[in-house]
Design a protein around this ligand. Sequence first.
Ligand code: THU
Length: 153
Amino acid sequence: MATEPLSAGSDRTREALLAAARQAAASAYASRSGVHVGAAVLSATGRIYAGCNVENAAFPLGNCAEPAAIAAGVLAEGGAFRIAEVAVWADTVAAPCFPISPCGGCRQRISELALGPGVLVHFTWPGPGLSSVAIGELLPFAFRMDPRAAPPP
Ligand code: THU
């Protein structure tokens, strides 16, 4: 974890996020798929929060890495937590020829708390390679509800 606040959009931040995601992937409990995923989110306050996937014998009960990282951010910063940048890292025994990018549900989760559609999501390809794509491109027309229509917290 970085101790001094980081800003979105710099090489240093991208590298710090990827390093945090990679470290988190090493802690993953991927007993069924063997796909060890780590996610790291940069908050609007410049801090990094990480999480890993946790699988279960009852397959649908498994959790992705991204919600774990988001939960860590909300726990630390409360309801004001917002996402400024994201990195996802995956280590797998299989050698997929496709990137391990956030799944559809995780795109929705990131989108809900992202500062805006331009928030960058970095994810790796085996090879290795790296893609950096805005959340608005990963999930166009994201589902939204006006928070003012929700009951008071
Ligand atoms: N996985 C994630 O952690 N994040 C994603 O966005 C894609 C999928 C995990 C879920 C499961 O534990 C493993 O990757 C294989 O699907």
